[in-house]
Write a protein that binds this ligand. Structure first.
Ligand code: NAP
Length: 514
């Protein structure tokens, strides 16, 4: 179940938003506190006007600013509002915990309205240490639903939220339906997997796509990308570990592949800070220590963890050991294995187009992607030279693969057949429109391969095309390394056309560039 908040500032806008929000939501949350210029009586009139026109069940919310709401409200205003609102036929009412005692004289515990009440507690700083004890102390036993929206600051917080959701200590009222909401990067696991483990619903961003709480996803993403309604306790969880992860296309590729293959898997990008890497691997992934209740199928690894993760893995594949970096975690029995599909991902599209054996090839940049490219090119028998803006930093790469490291300014295409750009120069959000080398220095090359995929036609590739040089962009590499991951996790092959279509859809969506 997906609940989409509508935070409109006028009754007309609220009415207009109903069908928009209803397109992807199961429930609509009427954030009446967003009607910030109206008196309590005018807000109640708006509620009475909207209710007969609701296209989905609604939960009514009227939250004061100090509890995360949009407006200042006195205690008396809130009580006046709720005494009237609770008599309406709305399907649910979200009441903050401090309102329960004052409402009891009018609505005693056995009053039927409590079955429709969601008692909520918000903490934008932290998760309670003992959630079961906290819930028993703060939520009334007669509430139909209890909601705990808290900031998760560490993997342990997520584990305890799932423990609260799935566990029922003897004192817990058996009638409670629960809604755990983890706010922040790690909280994405509660937002996507909460309903599969019994949460009454999960909150999406507002109907206009804007987040009304940190970490929310749009209802369309929840429904279409993550296939929320098909997730259950048997769903195998894969994902991405990185920081940041918001703009990664991996979730689009992998989830489209799972859907195409009919696999009960989901792929969830999780923003894991360097400090959280070891605890996240321990609590959420490693088969010997995992505390979260699902089976893990595998993880992708991206910046800044590709090298930092090495000490936490039980062993590495030969490719990952050669590259010295991991972009794929495999779960095998009780072990975590570090693998690297960037090498195959980079080389497969390249070798499908151009011969490299014995050929002089220049690589621009000496970072993580360069490690995989150089590893693959050397293994394929190319004569590799690395051009780096800080050659001193690249000495380790040079020594590891026995290739020369040369200052970037010394690059000239006449000495090479092919050029691979592994720098981010020309990428959306990073020197977009710039070329990593002066265009006239491309003269003499037969082909240019740019690993950047956003945009696909970088300034470098445009300059190469104009000079009649063959080009290859970074999208086929992204697709190929994802296809390799899928095959290693699931044992299944997915047609690359499915992955290309998913990538094209995501690249053309309105999401801002990284
Ligand atoms: P990285 O580890 O940060 O390495 C970037 C490299 O580029 C470093 O050697 C860096 O040099 C150099 N560099 C950065 N800015 C530069 C500039 N203005 N001029 C010259 N050199 C510069 O990043 P990465 O993970 O290797 O990723 C690099 C690029 O490859 C990104 O655009 C990424 O999107 C792309 N990529 C694509 C795929 C794919 O599937 N298509 C996969 C991986 C990466 P310093 O060491 O001096 O900073």
């Amino acid at each position: 179940m997906i609940c989409t908040p509508i935070a409109a500032s006028t009754p007309d806008d609220l009415l207009a938003a109903l069908p928009v929000a209803a397109a992807a939501a199961d429930w609509l949350e009427l954030r009446l506190d967003a009607l910030h210029n109206l008196s309590v009586e005018a807000v109640l009139r708006a509620l009475h006007h909207v209710l007969p026109r609701r296209p989905r069940p609604v939960v009514v919310t009227f939250r004061p600013r100090e509890q995360g709401g949009f407006r200042d409200l006195s205690h008396a205003d809130r009580l006046r509002f709720w005494h009237s609102a609770l008599t309406t036929p709305a399907e649910a009412f979200d009441l903050e915990t401090d309102l329960i005692a004052p409402l009891l004289p009018t609505y005693p515990p056995d009053h039927p309205v409590w079955a429709r009440v969601v008692v909520s507690h918000h903490d934008f700083q932290a998760t309670p240490a003992d959630i079961h004890a906290f819930a028993l102390a703060h939520f009334p036993p007669h509430a139909g639903t209890v909601k705990l929206a808290v900031k998760v600051n560490q993997p342990d917080d997520v584990c305890r939220l799932f423990d609260w959701l799935t566990g029922t200590p003897s004192a817990t009222p058996s009638t409670w339906q629960k809604i755990p909401v983890g706010m922040g990067g790690l909280g994405v696991l509660t937002r996507i997997l909460g309903p599969a483990y019994g949460a009454r619903w999960t909150y999406s961003t507002g109907h206009d796509g804007r987040a009304v709480a940190p970490g929310q996803l749009t209802a369309t993403e929840l429904r279409e990308t993550f296939r929320l309604s098909s997730l259950d306790r048997h769903t195998i969880v894969a994902g991405l570990l990185g920081c940041p992860v918001a703009h990664s296309l991996s979730k689009d590729l992998h989830n489209a592949a799972f859907a195409h293959l009919g696999l009960n898997w989901v792929y969830i990008p999780v923003e894991v800070s360097p400090d959280d890497l070891a605890p996240f691997l321990r609590d959420a992934i490693h088969p010997r220590t995992r505390r979260l209740p699902w089976t893990v199928g595998g993880y992708s690894v991206t910046l800044p963890h590709k090298v930092a993760i090495l000490p936490y893995l039980d062993r590495l594949t030969a490719t990952a050991a050669r590259v010295g970096a991991v972009n794929t975690i495999l779960v095998s029995g009780q072990e975590l294995i570090g693998d690297n599909t960037d090498v195959a991902g980079a080389m497969r599209p390249l070798q499908q187009r151009f011969a490299v054996e014995g050929e002089p090839v220049a690589v621009l940049g000496a970072g993580g992607a360069a490690q995989a490219v150089v590893c693959g090119l050397v293994a394929a028998g190319a004569q590799v030279t690395v051009f780096a803006r800080h050659p001193a930093r690249a000495q380790d790469l040079g020594a590891r693969f026995d290739v020369p490291i040369v200052p970037l300014d010394d690059f000239h295409g006449r000495r090479f057949v092919g050029l691979v750009n592994t720098t981010p120069v020309g990428m959306a959000g990073y020197a977009e429109g710039a070329c990593p080398v002066p265009p006239e220095r491309l003269e003499g090359l037969a082909w240019v391969y740019d690993l950047i995929y956003r945009p696909r036609h970088t300034a470098l590739l445009q300059a190469a095309s104009q000079q009649g040089i063959a080009t290859l962009d970074g999208l086929p590499m992204l697709i190929a390394q994802a296809a390799e991951q899928l095959a290693r996790w699931t044992g299944r092959d997915v047609p690359e056309t499915i992955l290309f279509a998913a990538a094209e859809r995501a690249l053309h969506s309105v999401r801002p560039a990284p």
